[in-house]
Design a binder for this molecule. Sequence first.
Ligand code: BEZ
Length: 395
Amino acid sequence: MNKEHGRTAVRSIVGLVGVAVGAMLPLAAAHAAEKVKVGLMLPYTGTYAALGTAITNGFKQYVAEQGGMLAGREVEYFVVDDESNPAKATENANKLVKRDEVDVLVGTVHSGVALAMAKVARDSKTLMIIPNAGADELTGPLCAPNVFRTSFTNWQPAYAMGKVAAERGHKTAVTLTWKYAAGEQAVNGFADAFKGAGGKVLKQLTLPFPGVEFQPYLTEIASLKPDAVYVFFAGGGAVKFVKDYDAAGLKSSIPLYSSGFLTDGTLGAMGGAGEGLLTALQYADGLDVAKDKDFRSAYAASYKMQPDVYAVQGYDAAQLLKSGLDAVKTGKLEQGAMIKAMESATIDSPRGAFTLSKAHNPVQDIYLRKAEGEENKVVGVAAGKLADPARGCRM
Ligand code: BEZ
């Protein structure tokens, strides 16, 4: 065979193969769904590291339960450690959106980081699911069709705790938190309910995030002598605060209340200092929810530890994404159809089933819990089917 004949033969074989593949394509396309690229932007270092890991574990547990796929699509992960650092948030989110071209951003824990991340999502029209950060604005004035949350607003558990503190007969309170969106909004939520019921907030104390030098604040609380103290802390900082509050002798004299982040996933490390604390949160140990029992045994088997609220919120982020993907079974991820399906989804959560508000935030029960050993045992419902007021959201 001369070179020219050889080339012609090769061309015809390629042509034949091309025709054959072409003939098969419509069939193949009808069955094969594009994979879904998930960008996990979460803290894996710093005071919120354990929270980021729990969210990741929960998300992956749900995917594993679906046979490693979501709605028949392979899941490809792209992961960034956001360090809970708002200064790096835009760059980190852009890495996932522009470099990795993810279909959905899942993140994050820290409200300040989430606000920057959501701006990238809004500007690039990337679907975003927030599995923790409570910044009220994200489902308030900055709400957007492509931004969803499976966790809470900072207002929700704090408002429920303010209501309980007032019901328990306290008339005055001092608040203490890190000075950033989550802490300040939690304190406002507490004050909304506490003042609404006739209580008075004597002073709102703050320290920079993620500072843990609590001593001067504890001294001031002791001298103000309020009926109650309300704080917002989470992760490693929460452990240090509760130990310091106890060591200062305040735990026995001034009741300490908080959104449940104070004691979720942290009681073991507190070594008994958290015993008996009352907190309010959208999850608790000992819930009478069938889904929770299965979730907890599967989580314990996979990760050799008990799940916490963060693991639940990660699990539910994956469930919400699946609801969207179910609406676009094959081919392209048509965002309009996904959003519509996600908006009307009922999430079968371990916390109890919930739906989303018009602003895309869970409408959910906020439980009152009491710390016993390493568990936040459910005591009752502090605020049933609580929806965030979503002030300023126009959608
Ligand atoms: C936040 O920054 O929104 C946040 C962080 C940890 C626990 C709860 C909320």
